[in-house]
Ligand binder design. Structure first.
Ligand SMILES: Cc1ncc(COP(=O)(O)O)c(C=O)c1O
Length: 390
């Protein structure tokens, strides 16, 4: 080695040869900056003639790997990885909306998505919020060039969107159908196969599945996605390599996690529906759910790992129920390997007025369960014990 001083050694000493064989996992490329041998290599990487990266915001092999995975899972032509589910919507809105544009949104969307749509009004975007299970209302609201926004399975009442019917309406009106598939994941639904133009996922939930990342993605045809990619890179809506790496690792177990969790969810939904202290259960796999028939067409391999139930109890009663649980904790997210409960009235729907909460049927005794991969009998036993404490 040429003779250099300690300061130079400290900077350049930790370096290893490029391995001759491949590691079992895709390496984490945790480098914000990339080096080039010469200007020809710069041109070749920029132009896609050589694989490589320029700068972390415009993508690394970890971004590319996650995007390849998302596109494959959804059967889409291309995908964009984003820093969160909300960043995916931000990229979508920045790329596809302009003053005078119209968004037709389901009233059952995640509250923060509706909040973000509210922010767009300042930029001259018209937002129409309606009950997307009422197809004539949707048809009347759609205009050429508008965006129709629904969730496959909604929060907190697990309403299931009739995606083929909505896609047909959007197509007939020259609108784009965008589907948030976060509760269903590609395990239970592939909206692109059902006619959607773009699908959005929050990988923060089941898709990555371990409460470790904040991550999102959009999948669809390249022509629709390229404008989003440009905006996402310019606006810095992209994830970092570490989150891409973790997200892709978590997704490897998607099928085994959701096969187990959704079978358990059906078991628990039936158990809760038969319990005298439970007033109502909202699970699309139960014939009593208003969208059971739609869900049987739109969802595959079961009905998902999310359910909600109502107890006839006041705040003290709900607190007793929560404190009586040992492993099922109150966690204001969803989609982990652990079974968790949330309380929409004080969390996801906290900022709705009492009248708006009432319109959604929310009250103190309304609880939402995100089912994990524990043993179903243990979960039933724990819920049974806590119901006795009510
Ligand atoms: C249905 C749905 N869509 C989108 C999001 C937003 O995702 P993120 O938290 O990754 O921004 C959430 C988060 O709770 C959600 O539940």
């Amino acid at each position: 080695m040429d003779k250099v001083h300690l300061g130079t050694l400290a900077v350049h000493g930790a370096w290893a040869e490029e391995p001759a064989n491949a590691p079992a996992l895709l390496p984490l490329y945790q480098s914000a900056a990339w080096a080039f041998r010469d200007l020809d290599e710069v041109d070749a990487v920029y132009e896609g003639r050589l694989p490589g990266a320029v700068y972390v915001r415009s993508g690394t092999p970890n971004h590319q790997a996650l995007e390849a995975l998302l596109a494959a899972l959804h059967g889409g032509e291309a995908a964009l990885a984003t820093a969160s589910g909300m960043a995916a919507f931000t990229a979508l809105f920045l790329a596809h909306l302009r003053p005078g544009a119209r968004v037709v949104a389901s009233r059952d969307l995640y509250g923060t998505t509706l909040g973000l749509l509210g922010d767009l009004v300042r930029f001259g975007v018209e937002v129409v919020v309606l009950d997307a299970t009422q197809l004539p209302q949707v048809e009347a609201a759609l205009t050429p060039g508008s965006l129709l926004l629904v969730e496959t399975v909604s929060n907190p009442r697990m309403r299931v969107a009739d995606l083929p019917a909505l896609a047909a309406l959007a197509r007939a009106r020259g609108a784009l159908l965008v589907v948030d598939n976060t509760f269903a994941t590609p395990y239970h639904a592939r909206p692109l196969d059902l006619g959607a133009d773009l699908v959005v996922e929050s990988l923060t939930k089941f898709l990555s599945g371990h409460h470790q990342v904040l991550l999102g993605g959009v999948v669809g045809p390249r022509a629709l996605l390229e404008p989003l990619r440009g905006v996402a890179v310019r606006a810095g809506l992209v994830p970092n390599p570490w989150e891409c790496w973790l997200g892709a690792e978590g997704a490897k177990t998607l099928e085994v996690r959701l096969a187990r969790a959704s079978a358990t969810a059906l078991h628990l939904a039936r158990f809760l529906a038969g319990h005298p202290k439970v007033r109502a259960v909202h699970y699309p796999g139960l014939p009593t759910h208003p969208d059971h028939a739609v869900a049987s067409r739109v969802l595959r391999r079961g009905y998902g790992a999310m359910l909600a139930f109502e107890l006839a109890a006041d705040r003290q009663g709900i607190n007793r129920f929560l404190r009586a649980l040992r492993r099922i904790r109150l966690v204001l997210s969803l989609g982990g390997t652990e079974t968790t409960l949330s309380h929409p009235a004080t969390s996801s729907h906290r900022f709705l007025s009492p009248a708006e909460q009432e319109a959604l049927g929310l009250h103190e005794g309304f609880l939402r369960l995100s089912v994990g991969i524990e043993d179903p009998e243990d979960l039933e036993g724990e819920l049974q014990g806590a119901l006795e404490a009510l």
